[in-house]
Ligand binder design. Structure first.
Ligand code: ZN
Length: 245
């Protein structure tokens, strides 16, 4: 119940009164107008509710965007963590191991018109790449220190992972392709890749090409030698290069 306090004698009067019950002083009824009466009409109620709800709506909107931002931020962080995490990589080949001279083997086969297929295991190719790329460090990307390239062979699929370091921190990029050799043309069809442990859709991999361009340039001699072969076939953890007969 709202009471009107008399400005003269401080008596609490009923809301209906105009003059004080005790001293007859005129009561200040403007205090009543500030407090909404119960029987207000619909229009006033709507107006009042709108002003009441508007900041509420704004608050909800604010909360929604804040939550969305947190979720997006978490997703981006999760993606970055996946990008930073190293994929499963074979151990670095022991230094001192003499790797097979794959390119030389191919060039010799071509010179000697040998038709004997050349078969290499993943480990052999990786040991070869390790030594072949060591001498090409300067040709490889300078911003990121090139560390190594690792291949993985599977049925008709060849994946190559480049490890680069930035301030001593390793970053891995992988591209996976179907490799085919037809009439002296070596062609690849990308079927995906990854940055660290984050998988990258084949549709997006074409934009990742600059990440590998230095590697392809460094492996120019190898690519040319392969192009002169009759066929290339990859199986589980091995590759077979058959010279033209
Ligand atoms: Zn009074």
């Amino acid at each position: 119940m709202i009471k009107l306090v008399c400005p003269e004698c401080r008596r609490e009067n009923e809301a209906e009164r105009i003059y004080c019950h005790d001293c007859g002083a005129r009561l200040d009824r403007t205090a009543l107008a500030k407090i909404a009466p119960k029987g207000e009409d619909a229009k006033e109620t709507q107006k009042r509710l709108r002003t009441m709800l508007d900041p509420q709506r704004a608050k909800i909107r604010h909360l929604f965007f804040k939550t969305s931002k947190v979720i997006l931020g978490a997703l981006a962080t999760a993606a970055i963590i996946q990008m930073i995490l190293p994929p499963d990589m074979p151990p670095r080949p022991k230094t001192g191991d003499f790797p097979p001279q794959i390119t030389l083997d191919m060039e010799n086969a071509l010179l000697n018109h040998s038709a004997a297929p050349l078969q290499y295991t993943e480990a052999q190719v990786n040991a070869y790449l390790g030594s072949a790329l060591k001498s090409k460090q300067t040709a490889l990307s300078k911003l990121l220190q090139f560390e190594r390239a690792i291949v993985k062979f599977d049925e008709n699929v060849c994946a190559i992972t480049a490890e680069r370091s930035l301030f001593g921190f390793s970053l891995f990029t992988t591209t996976s392709s179907k490799v085919s050799l037809q009439n002296g043309t070596l062609s690849t069809t990308n079927n995906g890749g990854s940055i660290g442990r984050l998988p990258v859709h084949p549709m997006l991999m074409k934009y990742a090409d600059p990440l590998f361009s230095d590697l392809w340039t460094a492996l120019d001699r190898e690519r040319k030698a392969i192009s002169k072969m009759g066929s290339i076939e990859s199986g589980s953890q091995a590759v077979v290069l058959t010279p033209k007969s």
